[in-house]
Unconditional design. Structure first.
Length: 261
């Protein structure tokens, strides 16, 4: 608890990140990752291994862009720094621990950005959705783009905000959480370099007897290509959220999303 309070005070965050609860959620996610390090490590290790394999197979390694970098536990950051001329980490919040880890690494740039492109529009601060990757898609030096455990995370802050602001929600298009997911897929398809997409797509709530109590589509019905591989990620093992319930996410990988799309 003290560590979370310290991070809350020390982490720089834009007003929109605070307004949509993303600073609080980023710290909570970091804290859960600390508690569930053993349960999460197989998932994180597999993510790192896939990204490393793709990076090492590229004919050129000038710039890599990581969308949804978070605490960087699921990316092979050291390898990316060794392999690429530039490493760009993009998320709406960068915690001090990552800033401390990278501050001496001249290759690494930390960019804070709303990757939904929609938050300022939702709050009435913009007239329409802003393109969150406009400055990146035409950069010919971007040889690798990784969207890592981000896609499903684009929807819930929008869904929560719409629920809390029904009057404003009534004036906006339907299924904006799903649209945020679709927009991100469209954004990925615009890049010229190699694109790797890794995301959880479904949540399963299960009791200790193995009975499934709920399945939740984290993609809000948005269609996607057939994944290359998948695995279960115990996001909240028994005792984390509830004593007799576990919440397991299905994670899917598209090693070359542009080709799949």
């Amino acid at each position: 608890m003290l560590a979370e309070l310290a991070l809350q005070a020390l982490t720089p965050a834009a007003p929109l990140a605070r307004r949509f609860g993303l600073l609080r959620e980023g710290i909570a996610l970091w804290s859960r990752g600390q508690r569930q390090r053993k349960a999460w490590e197989p998932h994180q290790a597999r993510c790192r291994a896939i990204i490393a394999e793709i990076a090492e197979a590229l004919p050129r390694r000038r710039k890599v862009v990581v969308l949804g970098s978070g605490p960087a536990r699921d990316i092979p950051l050291d390898l990316l720094c060794e392999s690429f001329d530039e490493v760009v980490l993009i998320d709406i919040v960068h915690l001090p621990l990552l800033r401390l880890k990278t501050w001496r690494e001249k290759k690494v740039s930390l960019i804070s950005r709303d990757l939904t492109g929609a938050m300022a529009w939702l709050t009435g601060e913009a007239a329409e959705r802003q393109d969150p990757v406009a400055d990146l898609v035409d950069d010919d030096s971007v040889d690798l783009v990784v969207s890592i455990n981000l896609l499903s995370q684009l929807a819930w802050p929008v869904a929560d905000w719409l629920e809390d602001n029904p009057a404003r929600a009534a004036a906006l298009p339907e299924n904006l959480p799903g649209r945020c997911i679709a927009w991100h897929l469209d954004d990925l398809a615009r890049f010229k370099g190699h694109v790797c997409l890794i995301s959880d797509v479904e949540m399963i709530e299960r009791d200790r007897a193995g009975a499934i109590h709920e399945r939740l589509d984290l993609m809000y019905g948005v269609a996607r290509p057939q994944e290359d591989e998948s695995w279960p990620w115990p996001v909240a093992p028994f005792g984390e959220a509830e004593r007799d319930r576990e919440y397991v996410h299905k994670v899917c990988v598209w090693r070359n999303y542009r080709l799949a799309a």
